[in-house]
Structures are given as structure tokens and as C-alpha cells.
Design a protein around this ligand. Structure first.
Ligand SMILES: Cc1cc2nc3c(=O)[nH]c(=O)nc-3n(C[C@H](O)[C@H](O)[C@H](O)COP(=O)(O)OP(=O)(O)OC[C@H]3O[C@@H](n4cnc5c(N)ncnc54)[C@H](O)[C@@H]3O)c2cc1C
Length: 354
């Protein structure tokens, strides 16, 4: 395996603040990390491993280790982002052992061309894109971000500044950047599919309804979250999680057991999953637009203790509930859990939830 490694030092502040900030973030989202010494952590981010350690002078020593150059770039960006949050205008100094070679565009960015569009049932739009150099996107992460330019404007794509960091377009050029799942990805053919749940409320749905083959847009990724490993799994989610659950199930060893509990509106209940494993797929239909996922999950109490991994994705408030439920009532260790907010309910006006 080819490893990409970078080291950095953060000076100009007490580096323990950075470590504490990251620990707080990881604990509030129940993400797994290990402590190293008194002031250090090891964080397996999903796309690579970050190690942070503070010496007696308060200098934070950082190392990032990944399988791909694009993932290394993203880990550096993740550190830059948190250092910027911490700096509050102060001049903190983050020095990397080596800069990435000069780049015009971030290595985790691609332009892609829409080549096919089809409807799957009443509520999903499957888009097939063609792109060069998808190898990195097929490893270590199930997800990516669509980069949608503002309506009727020539896109301005992200670029790399002289410090080796991403400059995102702002103001009237700002991009809409929702996360999606690679439903299928084939780097050899240079194509991937994404299934967009047409919930009827957002910019992405409106774009996908109108999109025509030939259109070019941007993507960045991959994002963290990989196919969970283990002999027995518990998977759960709503329509937004269906593409990820389907991809996970279709890539399982045939001997894998467990449950996949999926709640959808009546229009999405026929979404096809090619299940060659022993995972039992249980589908529930939402009544009158109200999710019953919390009750469905708690009714399964206690979940069999032999699940090697528990996975959930759905609406933010439900995800918060499930995170606590897995941790406090089911005592799953954080390394065996993935719980993600895939979307946030901000209004239900004009929604097509059924
Ligand atoms: C890692 C990850 C992977 C994802 N993969 C997929 C995927 O493969 N397919 C997929 O369809 N979605 C997926 N999602 C969810 C998707 O990113 C969100 O639904 C996102 O909000 C869509 O953006 P938008 O532009 O449509 O709406 P936004 O601009 O984000 O929101 C506009 C309005 O739509 C509402 N809204 C957003 N999502 C929903 C919903 N599901 N139901 C009802 N109302 C909603 C919001 O409350 C808001 O009022 C994923 C999310 C994450 C974090």
C-alpha cells in the first residue's frame, strides 16, 4: 500500500486548545478516537489517520497519514479549518514539513459530465456522470459533495492558493455543496451513479429535475464513512440513506447477517437492493409524513448484542436520538458505530414527503 504522510507544527498558541477542540467535536458526535499520552490523540477519520500531540512548550505536533494524495490534502484542509476556527483573528503559525506540489485545482476536486438521467420509482432520480481519474473516489469514502453553481451563472470552481489551501468561490459565485453517496462507481469505465431523493424542497432536487445530459458540474471527495465490517450488522435510515445502505448491502460478504431497517414514504418503498447477504431488509412506510424511526428502533430493544457494527443515517434530530440510544442504552463502543445527520428539517412547506 502506498502511504502519503505529512507532518506539521502549530505555534503561536497553546496547542492543547486544538486537541481539546477536536476531542470535544469527536465526543459530541460520538466519533471514535484514542488518547495518546497526556495531550495527544489518534483519530482515524475514515479517509486517513490524524495524530496530534502537544509538547511541554505547547507546540502541537501533527501527523497525517493516508492512502491517497487527495485524502492527505483533505486532512490538511481539515486541520487548517480547525486552526482557523481556533485563531479568532490571531496569527497562529501552522508549518507543514512539505507543501503539496503546485496545484491549480484541489486534488479532491473533479469536473464531471452528466451522461444519463433516469427516474427510479416516483421519488428518486438516478444520474450517471462521466469523469477522469476516479480511482481515489472509489477508495476509503462512500460519499462526495456535489458542487452546484448558482443558477445561470458560469461556474467558478475551487482553486488552490499560494499556501496550498483551497479557495472556495464566495458571494454570488458561491457553490451549493450538498453531500451525496456514490451509488455505483467504476473508475475503469470513468463513470459513477448517484441516486437523488426528490424530497421536493431543495436546490439540488430542482437542479436534478431540470438537469440534461451534457451538463458539466463539480464534485469533491471522497468523504468519510466506508462499508462497515463484521459478521453481523445493524443498518438503519430513511430515503437519503437508501443509496448508502444499498451500496453497503450489495458489497457485503454473503455470510454477513443482521438487519437493515428502512423507513420511507410510500413512493420509495420499491427502491431495489440486490441483497446476496443474509441481512434481513425490513421496510416501514411513513404515515402522514411523520417519521416513526425512533419508535421503530427502540421497539427493537434490546438489539442483539452480537452486532459487530451499528449504522444509522437520517434526519438530524433522529440521528441525535439514535447516537445517544446506541451509546447509552445499547452500550455500543464508538468504534463500532456510525451515526450521521444526512439532512436537517428546516421547513416542511411544499415538501413531497408521503
Ligand atoms: C454523507 C451524506 C450522504 C448523503 N447521500 C445522499 C444520497 O445518496 N441521496 C440523497 O437523496 N440524499 C443524500 N444525502 C442527503 C442530502 O445531502 C440532503 O437531503 C440535502 O439536504 C439535499 O440538499 P438540497 O439542496 O436538496 O436541500 P437543502 O438546500 O439542504 O435544504 C432545502 C430544504 O429541503 C429540506 N430537506 C433536505 N433534505 C430533505 C429530505 N430528505 N426530506 C425532506 N426535506 C428535506 C430541508 O429541511 C430544507 O428545508 C446525504 C447526506 C450526507 C451528509
Amino acid at each position: 500500500m502506498n502511504l502519503h504522510i505529512a507532518f506539521a507544527k502549530l505555534t503561536g498558541t497553546d496547542g492543547t486548545y486544538l486537541v481539546e477542540q477536536i476531542i470535544h467535536e469527536l465526543e459530541s458526535t460520538d466519533q471514535h478516537y484514542e488518547r495518546e499520552g497526556q495531550n495527544g490523540i489518534i483519530w482515524d477519520t475514515g479517509i486517513g489517520v490524524l495524530k496530534l500531540n502537544c509538547d511541554e512548550e505547547g507546540t502541537a505536533n501533527i501527523s497525517a497519514m493516508c492512502e491517497t494524495a487527495a485524502n492527505l490534502y483533505m486532512l490538511r484542509e481539515a486541520i487548517h479549518f480547525r486552526v482557523e476556527q481556533l485563531s479568532n483573528g490571531a496569527d497562529l503559525h501552522l508549518e507543514w514539513s512539505k507543501r503539496p506540489s503546485k496545484l491549480d485545482t484541489p486534488p479532491n476536486f473533479r469536473t464531471v459530465e452528466l451522461i444519463h438521467k433516469t427516474h427510479i420509482g416516483a421519488n428518486f432520480i438516478r444520474l450517471r456522470f462521466a469523469a477522469d481519474d476516479l480511482d481515489d473516489f472509489a477508495k476509503t469514502g462512500l460519499h462526495f459533495r456535489l458542487l452546484l453553481p448558482p443558477n445561470e451563472k458560469q461556474p467558478v470552481w475551487p482553486s488552490v492558493n499560494s499556501k496550498g489551501q483551497t479557495n472556495w468561490p464566495v458571494g454570488e459565485d458561491a457553490l451549493h455543496t450538498p453531500a451525496y453517496t456514490f451509488r455505483n462507481i467504476d473508475p475503469a469505465q470513468g463513470v459513477f451513479d448517484v441516486d437523488i431523493y426528490a424530497h421536493g424542497n431543495g436546490q439540488t432536487c430542482a437542479w436534478a429535475e431540470a438537469a440534461q445530459p451534457g451538463q458539466v458540474l463539480g464534485i469533491s471527495g471522497p468523504g468519510g464513512g466506508w462499508i462497515p465490517q463484521g459478521e453481523s450488522l445493524f443498518l438503519c435510515g430513511d430515503e437519503t440513506a437508501l443509496p448508502a445502505i444499498a451500496r453497503i448491502i450489495e458489497n457485503l460478504d454473503p455470510s454477513t447477517e443482521g438487519y437493515a431497517v428502512i423507513e420511507t414514504g410510500s413512493n420509495s418503498s420499491s427502491y431495489f437492493i440486490a441483497n446476496n447477504s443474509k441481512v434481513d431488509i425490513i421496510r416501514f412506510t411513513r404515515k402522514n409524513g411523520h417519521s416513526d424511526l425512533k419508535n421503530i428502533i427502540t421497539a427493537m430493544n434490546p438489539l442483539p448484542k452480537d452486532f459487530n457494527f451499528a449504522w444509522f443515517a437520517g434526519e438530524k434530530k433522529t440521528a441525535q436520538f439514535v447516537r445517544e440510544y446506541f451509546r447509552d442504552r445499547q452500550s455500543f463502543a464508538s468504534k463500532n458505530v456510525y451515526v450521521a445527520s444526512y439532512w436537517q428539517r428546516t421547513t416542511l412547506k411544499n415538501t413531497s414527503l408521503s
